[in-house]
Design a protein around this ligand. Structure first.
Ligand code: NDP
Length: 471
């Protein structure tokens, strides 16, 4: 057996990951359910073909790898992963490592750890981000499992990972589901990031009447400032591309209904289960769901029109304000994502290393940015900070940008421009930073109708209101 590692699943991600592995000098065995795809892959491997063993059967695949075998499964998430594990199990030997590298729900990952317990096989749940390009030339890699298992696969995983100023963007983050959980939250933040970018695009398109190319120039300018990130870069790029058939900007002919596969929704579900607010991510997931209701939206448009047209206040919004508002929104989205991870870390006993997570997101992944380097620094300097916005650097950033977020959200509201994620970010800040909130009234209502009791500011213990028999 010549191969040092195996990859099952030669779809977009698996094929590129396998080439990346070969490119880094490792001999890799590959297998795909549909054999034609394996043959295509082998034929296209070119000069890397010497380090690729393409296998037509799972038996050949396992035999081609030197024990103890690391086997990466990169197939469609869900049931296909269970099927692959079941098919592999009888063929593998003690100490072999099964690595699920797809976008698994971490609860499935937790179950798979339990299922494989006592089998002699080792399991790793690994989040991979960076899309096709990342998989081929260096993704961000988030590993969950036994530390001992990580130690065995660390050389190959760090070799294929993205590098940020020479530092590999691959790390062991904790036991069992830690890697897939962190990947899920990465995607939740990605949803919020993308949504907020789309919201400011909407303000420029629908309120400032800017065309795609002019908007592209704005994003392009932003990409050299504090918003410098992959998502801002590609936004500028896609806005510049024209459709061959119509000659129009391609974005103007694309249907305004966004797809989603689950990770954003899972981020929200998990944050809700732990009682940690993630308003920007929630708004982003809801916005995708609303976007998909096209026919209904068309009806509502006819019925209600676009609000605010009568008090349209041209010229109140300036593009520079949008940049700072977006930065403030981004602070909220990331603060929320990291707060959800902190809560999960406590709940599942993972001890998630926040600074390391920010560090391995600085390159390779979809949310890579200069901003993440600042987050890594903040968590290194103040590792125990309760919330990112309370760290000195992000407090300052928020103080500076918050007035712009406020102005944009206010103007958007007056003009009927939907900015739900930015508004969610603002609502979060305004609630978070107010010492005396309004939940005293909620507690009074709860006690009135359900005798739930409340605490008093001036006395210990549980109290009930003098509702005089009305409650
Ligand atoms: P593709 O759709 O390109 O490929 C899917 C792969 O899964 C194919 O190899 C397919 O085999 C295999 N497969 C599907 N069903 C089964 C099954 N029942 N048994 C065995 N194999 C099966 O997917 P991607 O490469 O995009 O995604 C793979 C994983 O990576 C997913 O979990 C995805 O969420 C995740 N991911 C994707 C990213 C992306 O940007 N695309 C980024 C990060 C993670 P066959 O050829 O036989 O159909």
């Amino acid at each position: 057996a010549a191969a040092e590692i195996g990859v099952i699943g030669l779809g977009v991600m698996g094929a590129n990951l396998a080439l990346n592995i070969a490119d880094n000098g490792y001999h890799v065995a590959v297998f795909n359910r549909t054999a034609a795809r394996t043959e295509e892959f082998a034929a296209a491997a070119g000069s890397l073909g010497d380090r690729v063993t393409a296998c037509a059967t799972l038996e050949d695949f396992v035999a081609a790898i030197r024990p103890p075998r690391p086997v990466i499964i990169m197939v469609k998430a869900g049931e296909p992963v269970d099927q692959q594990i079941a098919a592999l199990k009888p063929l593998l030997e003690a100490n072999d490592i099964i690595i699920d590298a797809g976008n698994a729900n971490f609860r499935d990952t937790m179950r798979r750890f339990t299922d494989l317990d006592g089998s002699g096989l080792t399991f790793i749940g690994m989040g991979v981000s960076g899309g096709e390009e990342g998989a081929r030339h260096g993704p961000s890699i988030m590993v969950g499992g036994a530390e001992e298992a990580w130690n065995r696969v660390e050389p190959v995983l760090t070799a294929i990972s993205a590098k940020y100023q020479g530092e590999p963007c691959a790390a062991w983050l904790g036991e069992n589901g830690a890697g897939h959980f962190v990947k899920t939250i990465h995607n939740g933040i990605e949803y919020a990031d993308m949504q907020m970018i789309a919201e400011v695009y909407g303000v420029m398109r629908d309120h400032l009447s800017m065309d795609a190319e002019t908007i592209a120039a704005v994003f392009s300018a932003w990409s050299t400032g504090p918003l410098d990130s992959y998502l801002i870069d590609i936004t500028a790029d896609v806005l510049m591309v024209h459709d061959a058939a119509t000659g129009r900007p391609i974005v103007d002919v694309i249907v305004d209904a966004a797809g989603q596969k689950g990770t954003g929704r899972w981020s929200v579900i998990e944050s809700q289960m732990m009682g940690v607010p993630a308003t920007a991510i929630e708004a982003a997931v809801a916005a995708r769901s609303l976007s998909a209701m096209r026919a209904e939206r068309a009806k509502a448009h006819k019925r209600f029109g676009v609000p605010g047209q009568q008090n349209r206040r041209e010229g109140q919004l300036v593009v520079d304000d949008l940049e700072k508002a977006l930065l403030a929104g981004k602070v909220a989205a990331y603060a929320q994502g990291f707060a959800v991870m902190a809560a999960a870390s406590r709940e599942f006993g993972w001890n998630l290393p926040m600074a390391t997570i920010a560090r391995i997101w600085r390159a390779g992944c979809i949310i890579r940015s200069r901003f993440l380097d600042e987050i890594a620094t903040a968590f290194t300097e103040t590792p125990d900070v309760e919330n990112l916005v309370l760290s000195p650097a992000f407090s300052s950033m928020l103080v500076e940008t918050d007035p712009y977020l406020r102005r944009i959200v206010a103007e958007a509201a007056l003009n009927g421009l939907p900015v739900p994620a930015l508004a969610g970010a603002l609502g979060y800040f305004d609630t978070y930073r107010r010492e005396r909130g309004t939940a005293n009234l909620i507690q009074a209502q709860r006690d009135f109708f359900g005798a739930h009791g409340f605490e008093r500011l001036d006395a210990d213990g549980e109290h009930h209101g003098p509702w005089g028999g009305q409650g």
